[in-house]
Each structure stands twice: as C-alpha cells, then as structure tokens.
Design a protein around this ligand. Sequence first.
Ligand SMILES: Nc1nc2c(ncn2[C@@H]2O[C@H](COP(=O)(O)OP(=O)(O)OP(=O)(O)O)[C@@H](O)[C@H]2O)c(=O)[nH]1
Ligand SMILES: C[C@H](OP(=O)(O)O)C(=O)O
Length: 241
Amino acid sequence: MEVLVPFAAERPKTRLEPVLSAEERAAFARVMLADVLETVTETGHDPVVLSTAPLEDRAVESERLSREPEVDPRGTIEGIDPQIVIDDRSLSAAVGGRLPGPGDDPVAVVMADLALVTPVSLETLFEPLVGDGPRGESVPDVVIAPGRGGGTNALVVDHPQFSVDYHGASYRDHVRIAREAGATVESVDSYRLGTDVDEPADLVEVVLHGEGQAAAFLDALGFDLETGSGRVTVARDSGPI
Ligand SMILES: Nc1nc2c(ncn2[C@@H]2O[C@H](COP(=O)(O)OP(=O)(O)OP(=O)(O)O)[C@@H](O)[C@H]2O)c(=O)[nH]1
Ligand SMILES: C[C@H](OP(=O)(O)O)C(=O)O
C-alpha cells in the first residue's frame, strides 16, 4: 500500500505566525514531516512525500536553531530515504492524481503535521483495510481519521470512485463523496490521529504528549506550558527570531 504524505514546502504553517518566525515555521514543518515519515516506516510501510517543491531547496539558516545541537531543523530521517514526488498543483489535485483506480492497491494519505502520531495510532487507521484480521463484508472502502475542526488528517482509500476535496469541513465532504460513490466509510476515533498542528493552541498537545523531534524542537525554542485559571496555553521564553 502506498502511504502518501502531502507536504507544503513553501510558506508552510502560516497559522503559527503569532508564535514562530517564517524560518522557524519552515523548520518546524520539516521536523514534523520527519516524525511522520519515521512513524510510517515503523508500521512497515514506505512513505511517499508528495511535496510542492524539492526539499533540498528549503534552506534553514536560523542562528538560534543552529545553536541547538539537539535539534536538526531539517528533521532527521536517517535510514528512511523516502520517495519524494514533486507536484505543485493544489492539495486535492495532487492527492487525487495518486488515488487508486480499478484493481489498484489501497492508498493511504497521512498529513505531515500529525506531530503526535505513533505506530499504534497509525495501525488503527490501516487495520480495517490492510490489517491481518478476517476479511469479510464489513471491510470498509474508505477509512477516515477526522481532524479537530473539521479536517481530514488521514485516509485510506480502496475504492476507484472516491475523490478528495480538502480544506473547509473536508471530513464531512469526504463522507458525502464516499456515499455518493457507493463506498462504505469507517471513521477512526483517535486523539493522536485527530491532532494536527495548525494553530498556537495545538502546540499545547505537542508539548504535553509529543514523543518525537517536533516536541524536542519546541523545547529547544523555549516553549513551555502556561497554566492559569483558564485553558492551558503555551508560551516561549523569547519572542520569534
Ligand atoms: N502537496 C501539497 N501538500 C499540501 C498543500 N497544502 C498543504 N499541504 C500539506 O497538507 C497538510 C495539511 O496542510 P494545512 O494544515 O492545511 O496547511 P499548511 O500549509 O501546513 O498550514 P497553513 O499555512 O497554516 O494552512 C500538511 O501536511 C501540509 O504540508 C499543497 O498545496 N500541496
Ligand atoms: C487540508 C485541510 O487541513 P486543515 O486545514 O483542516 O488542517 C483538511 O484536512 O481538509
């Protein structure tokens, strides 16, 4: 099964602008990508990065980041060597171009900003379609991991008529598209798969529960929890550089 990891290499993570500089956002996106690629590999699948631009071109020259020996701002993916496909079309067009046709193997799509993803959580996505359990009529054609806020954080597709329409309330759109295509859908109930890192508030989850390079990256930049009478937030020990 092909596991696609879409990646916006240019100007990524704009919604983190209140807490990270443009260079830090680019580096953080790369580090989260590295965590996702490592996790996909640990499940026994070979990830394919579907990137808007070559990754080599994204220089990261942050003075502060270069002073952090613990953190590689490009993300360490030693020994993984993922296939990288460049496609500068929109997200939906690029992913849609690689979905399975009649008779093809299933294709999975796992977003690059799932900084909490673990092999166990990813298996809950893969299991219904490509797991070792008994095959039967209950095997779904499409498995979806919804993201908080209406998005689609991960998918496995085994139906030739299914298509993608990302952005907005794409979870609802994908359920509708599947039904209209005559495909059966299963939804995955997972905190880790449901947590994509879009906004400053999402960094709380990474600081609290992250186990990979993304959590180490935030720690190196001085992020920590800020607790008070209201909801927990994050703060960093200096402003963006
Ligand atoms: N290949 C490809 N991947 C994309 C594109 N847009 C977003 N992605 C990836 O899709 C996933 C979800 O992206 P979003 O959170 O919607 O967008 P983002 O660019 O990461 O962040 P924002 O700028 O804050 O919207 C991430 O893995 C992105 O890297 C695109 O146009 N092409
Ligand atoms: C791509 C988009 O991601 P979000 O903006 O919801 O993180 C979606 O899941 O449709």
